[in-house]
Design a protein around this ligand. Sequence first.
Ligand code: PMP
Length: 415
Amino acid sequence: MKLFEELESEVRSYCRSFPTVFTKAVGAKMWDEDNKEYIDFFSGAGALNYGHNDPKMKSKLVDYILADGITHSLDKATTAKGEFLTAFNETILKPRNLNYKVMFPGPTGTNTVESALKLARKVTGRPDIISFTNGFHGMTIGSLSVTGNSFKRKGAGIPLHNVVTMPYDSFVSDKLDTLEYLERFLEDRGSGVAIPAAMILETVQGEGGINAASYEWLQRIEKICKRWGILSIVDDVQAGIGRTGTFFSFEKAGITPDIVCLSKSIGGMGLPLALTLIRPDLDIWAPGEHNGTFRGNNHAFITATAALSYWEDPKFEQSIAEKSKKTKAYLEKIVQDYPEIKGHFRGRGLMVGICSEVEGLASKVAAEAFKRGLIMETSGPDDEVFKLFPALTIDNETLEKGFNILEQSVRAVIG
Ligand code: PMP
């Protein structure tokens, strides 16, 4: 099997974890060039929440291409864009009583984060941003500066400034209430702590180890932001689009961020699309002040609009809730049946994992699972978490089969 090593930069990573050449994918399954079948519990790190090649999205896209629909348009008005904006407003924003202007910041997750940080600084005139330990927001300089991962930060080659990293919720013990400390610093105007422009966070940290912040912690963050005129940015690039059970990950916490970052599964079928949702009064951009060649990919608009139709049916959320319950039960059973892994369940909805205290175990299990036909990732600062992201649309049989492979892999690794 040829993996093109001599042609591609050393920076490649996923092809090392999954050393094969993939050829085909449907729903929650992938095949490689030897026609070996894999169950996909990776789902493009959250970019394939609706699975691979969803039939409805695929046929809409094929029809659009065959009808010579516009492919590239910069941000000119196109019917594909208009239909997407209308559907997003009618199906997603209005039923949730949300009022945001939609900005297309560039094709991918890091672009929406960059635009959010930039806008927050422009609106407030303040330089600093508060971010959180183990947060992940992207690989360009701005988004990397708020990413709490020292290995990734080293990739910048320079110090990254104007960011204060605070402990994320799960790091707050009963004795150390860091948000209270923050409030005291903000109150003490002699403290030298500048009021930041914004706080940026994930409600469940994906790359950082499937850490789910409590609703109460998120509500406290919102309160602090409101009190001090700090803008709240929720990065829903990975936790959004149904991954945690609701379209936006913050819905059940009852908070309304000032700015929301969306990408990954918003494109529906893995096509690049990113949205920055902006509280209307914050939309102070001058025309052209933030532009880019690939803002608003028309093919992605077509598949994204088709994807939104899932959300017209309340049964979709119910089905995610049912699968989430089963998933949690499978994982808790593994934790219980294999005390050797010293594990515990983490996550919310179908954004889940097992954190193991045994060093290196999660990576070994992922490698074993791959051999047995299951694709999964590890996450967390020491890769200590088995990260499991089944497609939201996965059928129960495949879900069960995937967890059986996981269980067999755990058993094989602990011997
Ligand atoms: N924010 C979060 C929460 C992410 O998980 C990611 C990607 N893993 C990004 C931003 C960056 O997205 P992209 O890789 O598309 O630039």
